[in-house]
Design a protein around this ligand. Structure first.
Ligand code: K7E
Ligand code: CUA
Length: 665
């Protein structure tokens, strides 16, 4: 949200900070009741009940926690290089971060969505957005690896993304910034926004079997800021809802200029209708440039291809795809309840929460109950789509999740609280303070047809005094509430990686039994694999040297290499021969500018090394793999260019000559 909200919110932050210090609830320290510890305690050796996937925000990664213990299980590298896993450093993984702008080592990940079948989480994949250089990633939940990344053309600030349909037919990505389309001349005056800037919504199809993504089509939309979205479900399946702000079409000082209108919009998109137009050939092919990167778990390598075409449907020309619903004051969260009937818009600056009715919306559209149009798109009358308003809920509503028992829980950034309300009668049932200024919240399955309402986790934007201080930057603060009873009960604070925005959670059993434990060596089709020590070798081709090397407890083969020369580019292709769970090996060589490798059992990974000066270079295993891990090492000798040192490699054979204590020269 830091990236989303205008400076106005900064002003509000200042207020809340002052407030936080002045009227911090007196019982903040003892707001936790006596049985809280027992509720989050997972005994040693026992598993947590839920996986919690938490976006890393500006870290560009995703972290995985067990709940209710809040134990950090893993950080999955997605849009940023990760020195813990070699992601973005190994030759195999580098193509994953390729874009039409070149290699991008760091991005900003806000949202994620677990794949669904019939509106329930199926545990196959989780999708995530890159906000800055627009991309959508698919993470395979059998390996917890980023399996695919697709760049989004005609977009900038891919914020209302990635949100999925109830059978994962599409992952949707809406542009935050409207910009001139990629095939138009973008070299125009900034204040020509109204004329030249366009919005874009992308529908990415997902292959049912492989998960493979492709951009099926894009919708060309009026130039506004698209903020968040959610798909319809059940009765509203076939529709998508997007919150929009800056309907003023301001191009400067948005904190003032984009807060002029009393109401912005939620855009309702009939994507089944868009599909019909697409089939009828109404789309226009536009030339663009975007990267499509895929990781292959058999070759253990990624490939990156640049694609050059996208099909665009113009929503101004093609009627009946898009409708605007007025929504108060710069809506942020746009959330659909488990039945698909209620659509909740959270105006960041609104003093109420409007709840729209899908049935009423359909009737209003059928009756053409419009108050006019906005840039060619019909605007439905507010009252005609409105189910009702939650009155005086709190200040600064941002996001809403559902408990599946007819209730909604909304975060309030400015008043630092979560509020539980009933969807039918719109009455407030409970409120609980959070520390401080919550953004997103997460109920396991909370945006699906079947929420599992045991807990809500709240991701706060401001930490202040919650933890031991760590200098100017503090760990972000998440809070776990037990919501199984009538009253929401705070039971745990825990720090997070980066700045979480959206998070999702799912019962552990949906995922844990599908986990890959190691890669089968016989299925490894990496072009530089060594399937046993007998296959290891060193091959020179001019200045390129390929070292086929294996790792197994507790040695490398080969571990003595001579004959590398200055000016060589050396590729270390390390195959981990282990065929057992939890036995990675690492690989590090002195002076390597490309960092290190971490190689899973059965996998091959490559480190490129170009030595800077002649001499002796040790290499070693960086992952403690056995009692003799510290013995897992080797040497490579680098000679001057043009020297006649022979290319030699061996393991256990290169003994000193008998007649010389000093060895050969
Ligand atoms: Cu509210 Cu980027 Cu979803 Cu942050 S966003 S909180
Ligand atoms: Cu292999 Cu340590």
């Amino acid at each position: 949200m830091k990236n989303v909200q205008s400076l106005l919110i900064c002003g509000l932050i200042m207020i809340i900070l002052l407030e936080a210090n002045s009227c911090k609830p007196k019982n903040a320290g003892n707001a936790v009741s006596g049985d809280a510890a027992g509720k989050v305690y997972i005994a040693p050796g026992k598993y947590d009940e839920f996986y919690n996937f938490v976006s890393g925000g500006f870290s560009g990664q995703m972290s995985v926690y067990g709940l209710p213990s809040a134990r950090l299980l893993r950080v999955i590298p997605v849009f940023s290089v990760d020195p813990e896993k070699g992601y973005g450093y190994s030759e195999e993984s580098k193509p994953m971060l390729n874009t039409s702008h070149g290699f991008v080592p760091w991005d900003d990940l806000h949202h994620e969505d677990l794949s669904q079948t019939n509106g329930e989480i199926d545990g196959r994949w989780i999708f995530a957005n890159a906000n800055n250089t627009p991309r959508v990633a698919r993470i395979d939940l059998t390996t917890f690896h980023t399996a695919e990344i697709i760049e989004i053309p005609n977009s900038a600030g891919n914020h209302s993304s990635p949100f999925i349909t109830e059978n994962t037919e599409y992952v949707v990505a809406g542009t935050r910034f409207s910009v001139p389309p990629d095939n138009a001349n973008g070299d125009v005056a900034i204040n020509s926004y109204k004329k030249n800037f366009k919005g874009s919504i992308s529908f990415i199809s997902v292959d049912k079997n492989t998960g493979g993504m492709a951009i099926a089509f894009q919708l060309r939309c009026p130039g506004v800021n698209f903020d968040l979205s959610h798909a319809g479900k059940g009765k509203s399946n076939g529709w998508f809802f997007f919150s929009c702000y800056n309907t003023e079409q301001a191009n400067t000082l948005l904190e003032v200029n984009a807060s002029q209108r009393d109401k912005d919009f939620i855009m309702a998109v009939n994507w089944k209708k868009a599909e019909e137009y697409l089939k009828a050939g109404k789309g226009v092919k536009e030339s663009v440039k975007y990267a499509h990167n895929v990781y292959n778990e058999k070759t253990h390598s990624a490939t990156s291809e640049i694609r050059t075409e996208v099909i665009v449907l113009d929503t101004k020309e093609l009627k009946d795809i898009c409708y605007f619903i007025p929504c108060p004051k710069s809506p942020h969260g746009c959330d659909v309840d488990p039945t698909g009937e209620y659509i909740v818009g959270s105006g960041k600056l609104a003093a109420l929460i409007p709840v729209f009715s899908f049935d009423k919306l359909m009737k209003a559209i059928a009756a053409k109950d419009f108050i006019g149009d906005y840039d060619g798109i019909p605007v439905v009358k507010y009252e005609s789509a409105l189910y009702g308003e939650v009155k005086k809920p709190g200040l600064g509503p941002l996001h809403t999740e559902f408990d599946g028992k007819g209730n909604a829980i909304t975060t309030f950034f400015v008043s630092s609280e979560i509020v539980k309300w009933n969807i039918k009668d719109l009455k407030i049932l409970d409120r609980a303070p959070t520390y401080y200024s919550p953004g997103h919240l997460c109920i396991p399955g909370g945006d699906t047809k079947k929420p599992n309402a045991k807990y809500v986790i709240v991701y706060n934007k401001i930490t202040k005094d919650r933890y031991l201080p760590t200098g100017p930057e503090l760990a972000q603060s998440a809070q776990l509430f037990d919501i199984s009873g009538d009253k929401m009960q705070l039971i745990l604070d825990f720090p997070t990686i980066g700045e979480p925005h959206y998070a999702q959670a799912v019962a552990a059993d949906v995922i844990r039994n599908n986990s890959v434990k190691f890669y089968k060596l016989e299925e490894n089709t990496h072009p530089f694999v060594s399937k046993g020590e007998g296959e290891t070798k060193v091959i020179r081709k001019d200045k390129r040297v390929d070292i086929y090397i294996t790792a197994i407890r507790s040695h490398f083969a080969p571990d003595n290499i001579e004959g590398i020369k200055m000016g060589d580019d050396v590729y270390w292709h390390v195959t981990n021969l282990e065929q057992d769970w939890d036995v990675p090996h690492g690989f590090a060589i002195k002076g390597a500018l490309t960092a290190e490798l971490l190689i899973m059992p059965g996998e091959t990974q490559t480190l490129k090394w170009s030595p800077e000066k002649p001499g002796m270079y040790p290499f070693y295993c960086t992952d403690f793999c056995s009692a003799l891990h510290q013995e897992m090492q080797g040497y490579v000798r680098v000679s001057p260019a043009g020297s006649n040192t022979a290319l030699l490699f061996s393991t256990g054979k290169n003994m000193p000559p008998k007649d010389s204590a000093a060895g050969t020269k």
